[in-house]
Design a protein around this ligand. Structure first.
Ligand SMILES: Cc1cc2nc3c(=O)[nH]c(=O)nc-3n(C[C@H](O)[C@H](O)[C@H](O)COP(=O)(O)OP(=O)(O)OC[C@H]3O[C@@H](n4cnc5c(N)ncnc54)[C@H](O)[C@@H]3O)c2cc1C
Length: 338
């Protein structure tokens, strides 16, 4: 899959043109529509592409000229696989509680900690690691080949994903591998989210559309009680409601993606709404589609079964629905009461 994806040249949309990318800056709308198409086919393909941007964006924004030259052209050609390591065994949504540490000593950064549920762990060529530094948090580029880096394949999830834990044991990298200012790593994490969160919405729309097409084909091709399933009881209503839900989510997603392409941080509220709306729609739609297909919706190895499993993690990663809604509610109250 990596070889085929590299041949398409599409990974170049994840890097600025100056470093071998397709557009002057990473364009959220382009990323979103490509992920929409990819997620309809394969969550693995979608993840492989998406992580090239999510894992490398901070290098473009906060890396030294040497780091950008060293890594970004290779990311654009898929010669280097990127990863972003934030989560820890005891820390997920509440990232400020993380315990991985970085200390500067004699011109080097020493990183110690344990990152968990990291996409591409084991396959990645580098990890952008968020670690505590003094009173703040810094993002550090850790090459996978650095001494003291090891990977454990601790978990596998219901929708197979390249995942693992990354152990950092006294890892030493040059001080120049810090991305951005010391203690200011969260601003780069936020910039990454502001550009890529909406693309998860694109993936969710693509997945939901694929599920609906599968259910419609099944319903139109099967009769019960002498009538096409597509005309029986609540089935047509469910199909039409799913179509309506998807078009609503798609419209919001494209609007948010176009806004993010112009001003990612200024429109993060729209990207967040699109992420919640589209991933929740995907979950509802795929569940209705399984119901419409009856026992055939439950068959292991079928397309609808795969989509059912793949829809589930989307509501948890890159900001869970609840955490995003909580932050949106705070912004809403602030906007309307100031
Ligand atoms: C497929 C997959 C790939 C991933 N890839 C990566 C990766 O590449 N890099 C990385 O760093 N991490 C990755 N993660 C981890 C992911 O970022 C976390 O799962 C996510 O941040 C949520 O953290 P948690 O799972 O620990 O849940 P928790 O934070 O423990 O939350 C559990 C539940 O409590 C709710 N909750 C938490 N806080 C609040 C709140 N303040 N208000 C209301 N409800 C709340 C949540 O919504 C959730 O329903 C990945 C996860 C998955 C599933």
């Amino acid at each position: 899959m990596r070889k085929r994806l590299a041949e398409t040249g599409l990974a170049s949309i994840m890097v600025p043109a100056e470093f071998g990318g397709r557009y002057p800056e990473v364009d959220s709308l382009a990323v979103t529509v490509v992920r929409e198409a990819f997620a309809a086919e394969s969550a693995h393909l979608d993840s492989l592409l998406g992580m090239q941007g999510i894992g490398s964006y901070a290098i473009g924004k906060g890396g030294s000229a040497e780091l950008r030259e060293e890594w970004l052209p290779r990311v654009a050609r898929l010669e280097a696989i990127a990863a972003l390591a934030l989560t820890e065994p005891g820390v997920g949504s509440d990232l400020k509680a993380l315990s991985t540490s970085v200390v500067e000593r004699n011109g080097e950064l020493v990183v110690d900690g344990h990152k968990s549920f990291i996409t591409n762990a084991g396959d990645a060529d580098f990890y952008c690691v968020l670690a505590r530094e003094g009173e703040g948090y810094s993002l550090v580029l850790v090459p996978a080949a650095a001494s003291g880096v090891s990977v454990e394949k601790t978990h596998q999830i219901i929708a197979p994903h390249v995942l693992g834990d990354v152990l950092l044991d006294g890892v030493r990298v040059p001080a120049g591998n810090r991305l951005g200012e010391p203690g200011k790593g969260f601003s780069l994490v936020l910039a990454t989210l502001a550009t890529f969160r909406v693309s998860v919405a694109g993936a969710a729309v693509g997945l939901a559309q694929a599920a609906l097409e599968e259910a419609v084909r099944h319903a139109a091709g099967r009769e019960q009680f002498g009538v096409s399933l597509a005309r029986l009881g609540s089935v047509p209503g469910n199909l039409a409601l799913s179509w309506t839900d998807i078009e609503g989510a798609r419209t919001l997603t494209y609007r948010a993606a176009a806004a993010a392409a112009r001003d990612p941080l200024g429109n993060l509220h729209l990207s967040s709404m699109a992420k919640v709306a589209a991933t929740e729609v995907a979950a509802r739609v795929v569940d209705r589609c399984v119901q419409t297909m009856g026992r055939f919706g439950l068959v292991r190895g079928s397309k609808i079964e795969r989509l059912y499993r793949e829809a589930r993690p989307m509501r948890i990663y890159e900001g869970s629905t609840e955490v995003i809604l909580d932050s949106l509610a705070k912004q809403l109250v602030k906007r309307l009461t100031k």
